[in-house]
Ligand binder design. Structure first.
Ligand code: SAH
Ligand code: SF4
Ligand code: F3S
Length: 360
């Protein structure tokens, strides 16, 4: 039996797909990159923007045309309202926290599983991060250290699709990194929606980094994502002193306007963000800094957008991921009037992309 996995979204999902692969290989499925020879297709979906959800709707039609007997699984970050739609088009819709149970779930007939989901019978969630993954790359590997998010930025679905923050045990993370180091991996990514909130007893994120840094081997440690609100001095010091830590940092600002930041429920001001960057650059002069930005947030005026342009110029990021605001059902921002036309969002996006790509 052969399986094929399609992954959308962030590195968290890529890592989750590696765990799904681990479970499927445990029940003797073999991976195929050729969708035509697959008996089973798993889709790990992202819900962060509507366009990502629409792509999944498009895919299902394609699968059934390909082979009506093919078994289809949908997992990843799924919003409740979409789950209700997808149970009619996928054979199995599975919460990511239930993937350990895949061998048992696959024994249930698709109609019974759909019925259970309609009746809201929740399978017993378990710690899926301890599944042994099948890594998809031989050079770079990702190790999830936490999942979920408690921040509730007003535009974001992640707290709804992944639930509250749960940190993985430090000893489990360290033993996974040791295995990767022995296998000669050169780049190890520690993943979490907000790695700064990592906590396992007395082990906070900087302590975890120090423990990882002390593991013998020739590898670089990277992490994603950090929230500016709790980027501590201890973390800066740790980044400066730990030799294995990469000099690349993604620190999402989201907007360069204080009013918009407030509406986004990002609890920092532009001035505080700039002061943080200054402190980081002072401690680590060769740091390469990237950021995430949303343009066209509800009510974002041309003047407020100009504040973002100005802030980006002042900070001089090495890279920026620019996103057009997409309203997400259930979030606080979805109740605000999305009054920036799509064409204007595209215009603002283009300006920022050109700005960060300009040689400095
Ligand atoms: N935990 C990370 C980000 C996760 S989502 C953080 O706090 O930064 C990745 C990026 O998608 C975000 O940084 C944001 O820029 C973008 N994003 C999230 N929700 C969005 C929405 N509704 N519309 C457009 N972009 C969005
Ligand atoms: Fe979403 Fe904000 Fe959590 Fe990041 S910190 S995942 S943007 S709610
Ligand atoms: Fe998307 Fe989920 Fe990542 S919604 S951005 S795949 S955490």
């Amino acid at each position: 039996m052969k399986y094929h996995i399609i992954t959308f979204g962030c590195q968290m999902n890529v890592s989750d797909s590696e765990r799904i692969a681990g479970v499927l290989e445990g029940i003797n499925f073999k991976k195929t990159s050729n969708i035509n020879e697959a008996n089973l297709i798993a889709v790990t979906m992202c819900s962060v923007r509507q366009s990502a959800v629409d792509r999944v709707h498009g895919l299902v039609q394609k699968f059934k045309k390909l082979n009506p007997k093919i078994k289809t699984i949908l997992t990843g970050c799924i919003l409740e309202k979409d789950r209700k739609k997808f149970i009619n088009s996928f054979d199995y819709v599975i919460d990511i926290k239930d993937i350990k149970k895949l061998p048992e779930i696959l024994k249930i007939s698709p109609t019974r599983q759909a019925q259970k989901l309609r009746d809201n019978v929740i399978f017993a969630h378990s710690n899926y991060l301890d599944i042994t993954p099948k890594y998809s790359n031989e050079f770079s590997a990702a190790v999830p250290i936490m999942t979920g998010c408690n921040n509730f930025c007003s535009y974001c679905v992640v707290p709804y699709t992944r639930g509250r923050e749960v940190s993985r045990q430090a000893k489990e993370i360290i033993s996974e990194i040791k295995i990767l180091s022995k296998k000669n991996y050169k780049e190890i990514w520690l993943l979490g929606q907000n790695v700064n909130s990592y906590k396992d007893g007395k082990t906070n994120f900087p302590k975890l980094l120090k423990m990882a840094n002390n593991i013998p081997g020739d590898f670089k440690l990277c992490f994603i994502t950090s929230h500016p609100k709790d980027f501590s001095d201890e973390l800066i010091k740790t980044m400066k002193n730990c030799k294995k830590l990469s000099k690349r940092l993604n620190l999402p600002i989201q907007s360069g306007d204080d009013e918009i930041l407030k509406k986004m429920n990002r609890p920092y001001t532009v001035a505080q963000y700039k002061a943080l960057v200054k402190k980081i650059r002072k401690a680590i002069p060769d740091i390469s800094l990237s950021t995430d930005i949303i343009v066209g947030f509800p009510g974002e005026t041309k003047k407020q957008f100009q504040n973002t342009v100005k802030t980006l110029k002042e900070i001089g990021f090495d890279m920026a991921f620019v996103n057009k605001y997409s309203p997400r059902a259930g979030t606080a921002a979805s109740k605000m009037k999305d009054n920036v036309p799509w064409a204007e969002k595209k215009r603002r996006e283009k300006i920022l992309i050109e700005l960060v790509n300009e040689p400095r």
